[in-house]
Ligand binder design. Structure first.
Ligand SMILES: *Cc1c(COP(=O)(O)O)cnc(C)c1O
Length: 403
């Protein structure tokens, strides 16, 4: 119910162009399917061909320097130093690259990835456009560090109206936006920014590559935090940048090797291990969000609800056109801070925590972090608990919020 077309569907439009997954020698899927479904794709993403006596997923490689050939010295294709060479994060990059449909460069966190795109593409005299309602640290970083470099920072709301893009070197979109969950048309905005000579990046954190494939929609970069739903266990920070243009990929890779924001091998291995359940986790999170959004929409404690999967939501049509599935994050507004305090105190299942996309349902009152939103606005991230338990718990907590 309520989910957008293509929700969890193998062979949806976006899957047509999916990079081939390594499902069997020769590339043929078991049973001969031409386009494996999301569950098959995530389980096999970046996993090497079977070799007797080896594990399915190679264990993490812990190395700073590697042995060099004492005579030949550094050699192309032979690992030499951990800031640029590590087979564990190369495996994770193969996996994410397959899912995004591009080449992936992994970073230590989402902010390391986003700042790489901003600082590697922008020069003095350029302008950058950022969402006025997107992830606040991206705007804070831009305000603190870009004007001093001669870069003009402009902002626009994700739902529009959109400014002209003349002089814009980089357009960064975030859709759905965090925390307001507005959606913009990536293909249309990318065409306009490209016509003005700019590059386009999409922050794909909230949807994950199973929910949305920005490179298929015309973006030059898909950039994301892997800290959230992508890895989903609330136990690591991770980021990545994906692109198709080899020059852009090389630029980001060189940036990372110079600045050093690489993921640690243990995090990279944990992330790759966690990817295998992405389809299952997202399916449950989305189903839980549908049930919780329905409850919120009918409860007297709730002033407003946003979830792009609900027919009637201002972002529903755009999400249904553009996204393969809707994430498990719901945003709603209670009367004030005191109502949110009562809500959190009364709930047994909803953890007070920032971040989202994890196994455990969590809620975050965004005004406490400085977002320019009402005091009672809550971003609720649905976990993978049973829907009936979650709905019963949230209903009890909403009743308590009424005071
Ligand atoms: C969390 C988040 C980031 C930053 O990622 P970190 O991994 O915390 O550095 C960037 N963009 C969005 C949309 C996020 O939710």
């Amino acid at each position: 119910m309520n989910a957008v077309p293509g929700d969890n569907a193998p062979g949806g439009a976006a899957a047509e162009d999916a990079a081939p997954v390594n499902v069997a020698p020769g590339g043929a899927a078991p049973g001969g399917a031409m386009h494996p479904g999301d569950g098959t794709r995530v389980v096999h993403a970046g996993v090497p061909e079977p070799v007797p006596g080896t594990p399915f997923l190679p264990s993490p490689m812990f190395a700073a320097p590697y042995h060099l050939d004492p005579v030949a010295g550094p050699q192309e294709g032979v690992d030499g130093y951990g800031r640029s060479d590590n087979p564990t994060y190369r495996g994770l990059e193969r996996a994410i690259g397959e899912l995004e449909g591009g080449e992936c460069v992994a970073f230590a966190s989402g902010m390391a990835a986003i700042t790489a795109v901003l600082l590697a593409t922008l020069r003095g005299g350029d302008a950058v456009v950022l969402p006025s309602d997107g992830y606040f640290l991206t705007r804070a970083f831009a305000a603190e560090h870009l004007p001093g470099r001669g870069i003009e920072v402009r902002t626009m709301p994700t739902a529009g109206p959109y400014p002209a893009f003349d002089g814009v070197r980089l357009l960064l979109l975030e859709t759905p936006s965090n925390p307001g969950l507005d959606v913009c048309d990536v293909a249309e905005l990318a065409a306009r920014a490209h016509a003005a000579g700019g590059l386009v990046a999409v922050d794909n954190t909230t949807p994950t590559p199973l929910g949305q494939r920005p490179l298929d929609l015309g973006a030059d970069f898909s950039v994301a935090s892997g800290t959230k739903a992508l890895t989903g266990h609330s136990d690591m920070l991770l980021g990545y940048v994906c692109a198709r243009d080899p020059e852009l990929v090389a630029m980001i890779r060189t940036w990372r090797a110079r600045t050093g924001g690489i993921p640690g091998p243990f995090e990279a291995w944990l992330a790759h291990r966690s990817l295998g359940t992405l389809d299952l986790r997202l399916a449950r999170q989305t189903a839980n969000a549908a049930a919780v959004a329905e409850l919120l929409a009918g409860h007297p404690a709730v002033a407003s609800v946003r979830w792009p999967g609900r027919p009637g939501d201002p972002a529903h049509e755009a999400a249904a056109r553009q996204m393969r599935r809707v994430p498990g994050v719901v945003t709603f507004t209670l009367a004030d801070k005191a109502a949110v305090d009562r809500f959190l105190a009364a709930s047994a299942l909803v953890f007070a925590a920032t971040s989202f996309g994890g196994l455990h349902t969590s809620a975050d009152r965004r005004a406490q972090w400085g977002d320019d939103v009402p005091e009672g606005l809550v971003r609720l991230s649905c976990g993978v608990e049973d829907a009936a338990d979650l709905v019963a718990d949230v209903r009890r907590a909403l009743d308590a919020a009424l005071g």
